[in-house]
Design a protein around this ligand. Structure first.
Ligand code: ADP
Length: 508
């Protein structure tokens, strides 16, 4: 049969600890999945930032095209207002080129011929743009060109229902990035992102923020639609996504582990408490059986001896006296036992009352010994008394103190084998008057010493301890009595050699 304590332990583990451990294991195994989800959310967010920047550069170009189309601005004003536009070319029947500043004739002729060549090389695309615009859709196209550091854009403008002209925009790429995209990058990035622009994958040409190479951890890059050789890069500032996810994971794991530990601790606590209750119950059951046994023995003796006397079969007066004595002794034992139980029950109900009077402990002890001398003699015990010369009077409940001392002497007698001697010593020790009750009996093992004052606790290992009858409440009563006197009871004992119980009464 499974022990009740073990059963409760198993049940607690099953209903409390196991589900939480399973949950934790499940959560921990899912953390990496969650990490991936968070990672993709962050990545998506960064991507949309880059998308919006690309979109914005497109819008800038469309804005210029709109202004030229609606003629809200003439070409020269557009050139003046926009630092990054180097030149605007109109290809109609002829080719006219407008530049920002006057440039020498031969340079202008050079530039025109270069642009003409680029134009010719992209004729297919330009025809497509013209076809688009005729059907109502104006598209701006980046054309491959032969001018270093420049970008060439083309779009068509409707002239009349049949024909269209082509506009070429020659833009300085780096200027466009710093002048037109820069402010937008700054406003989008704010304090949250580090955004930079790369040329040819590695050369950083613009950034919203100065950042050291060690801090740089640009995980996401996107091509800039308008400038194929350029890329936009983005990174979270402060914590990288990995940092954030790792931190979150770490916090989650720590929380789960702490929660599990608390649960385990709580389960352990509940288990210990229940086990204690079960043990207390077992001890109570044993107590009842022990007490019944202890009461039955003297009763049986009294019964037997009184019946024998009643039958008048005892021949001599001397023998009769012997029988009377046995009856008397057993009746006393019985009454001590019953008193002990009644006192214990009063203590348990919190109903035990004490009446203190100024008492001389030496005198009181002599009194107790005189009353119990017969009891010691009958058991063949010698009580050796060593009283201090003088002890101050202290406030005592005489009856309770007698009960405590008799309990200790009784125990001394009960748990002694060969050496039938008990020493009673009184002396002054600092602020206490001490009474030592010392025996040369079986002693108490170290592991049991802290427990012997617990109610119902009995040591049952060892031959004598096993055989000795007892209820397990004597020392708990002694402890209660001493606490009521604001004193204490101490134990020193050596297993196999004997024990010394000391009652300490405070002088004040
Ligand atoms: P009991 O009725 O069993 O003697 P107590 O409360 O008086 O109950 O004592 C508790 C336990 O302490 C005893 O069962 C015994 O094992 C141990 N004990 C008490 N006094 C002594 C002693 N003088 N020597 C050895 N063991 C003792």
């Amino acid at each position: 049969m499974i022990k009740p304590g073990l059963k409760i332990g198993i049940v607690l583990t099953l209903i409390l600890v196991l589900p939480s451990l399973f949950f934790s294991a499940y959560e921990i195994s899912n953390l990496s999945k969650n990490e991936a989800v968070i990672d993709s959310i962050y990545t998506g967010q960064l991507e949309s930032v880059l998308f919006s920047l690309n979109q914005y550069s497109d819008d800038v170009l469309s804005g210029w095209a709109n202004r030229l189309e609606r003629e809200t601005e003439d070409i020269n004003t557009l050139l003046l207002k926009n630092y990054s536009i180097d030149a605007v070319g109109i290809r109609d029947d002829d080719f006219k080129l407008f530049t920002k500043e006057k440039i020498p004739e031969d340079s202008l002729a050079n530039l025109i011929s270069t642009l003409e060549l680029d134009f010719a090389a992209n004729l297919n695309k330009i025809e497509l743009l013209q076809r688009y615009v005729k059907s109502g859709y104006r598209k701006i196209e980046a054309l491959p060109n032969s001018l270093a550091g420049k970008s060439l854009f083309a779009f068509a403008l409707q002239k009349d229902s049949l024909s269209a002209k082509t506009v070429l925009l020659l833009v300085d790429t780096d200027k466009f990035i710093s002048e037109n995209m820069g402010p937008k990058i700054q406003s989008v990035a704010q304090e949250r992102f580090y955004i930079s622009v790369f040329k040819n994958e590695t050369e950083e040409v613009y950034a919203n923020q100065i950042q050291s190479d060690e801090d740089k951890n640009i995980t996401q890059k996107k091509d800039i639609w308008l400038f194929p050789a350029y890329q936009l890069g983005i990174q979270m500032r402060g914590n990288t996504i990995e940092d954030l996810v790792r931190e979150r994971t770490r916090t989650n794991i720590v929380l789960l582990v702490v929660m599990d530990l608390i649960l385990l601790l709580a389960a352990w606590f509940v288990y210990k408490n229940i086990r204690k209750q079960i043990r207390l119950n077992q001890m109570k059951t044993e107590f009842i059986s022990n007490v019944s046994h202890e009461i039955r023995t003297p009763l049986a003796l009294i019964n037997m001896y009184s019946e024998t006397l009643e039958m008048g079969r005892i021949p001599t007066e001397e023998k009769k006296m012997e029988y009377y004595k046995v009856i008397n002794t057993e009746a006393n034992r019985l009454s001590r036992m019953v008193n002990k139980i009644l006192n214990f029950s009063r203590i348990e109900r919190g109903k035990r009352e004490y009446h203190f009077t100024n008492t001389n402990l030496n005198a009181e002890i002599e009194n107790i010994l005189a009353n119990y001398q017969d009891h010691f003699d009958q058991n063949g015990f010698e009580i050796e008394l060593q009283l201090a010369d003088q002890v101050p009077d202290i406030k005592l409940d005489k009856e309770a103190v007698a009960e405590a001392i008799i309990n200790l002497i009784d125990n001394g007698m009960k748990y002694s084998a060969d050496i039938k001697k008990i020493e009673l010593i009184t002396y002054l020790d600092a602020d206490f008057v001490r009474v030592d009750v010392k025996d040369y009996g079986i002693g108490i093992e170290k592991k049991d010493q802290p427990m012997v004052f617990d109610k119902f606790y009995r040591v049952t290992t060892g031959n004598l301890a096993h055989k000795a009858k007892g209820s397990g409440i004597g020392l708990s009563i002694v402890k209660h009595i001493m606490e009521a006197h604001h004193g204490k009871v101490e134990l020193t004992s050596e297993f196999g050699k004997g024990s010394c119980f000391s009652l300490l009464f405070p002088v004040k």
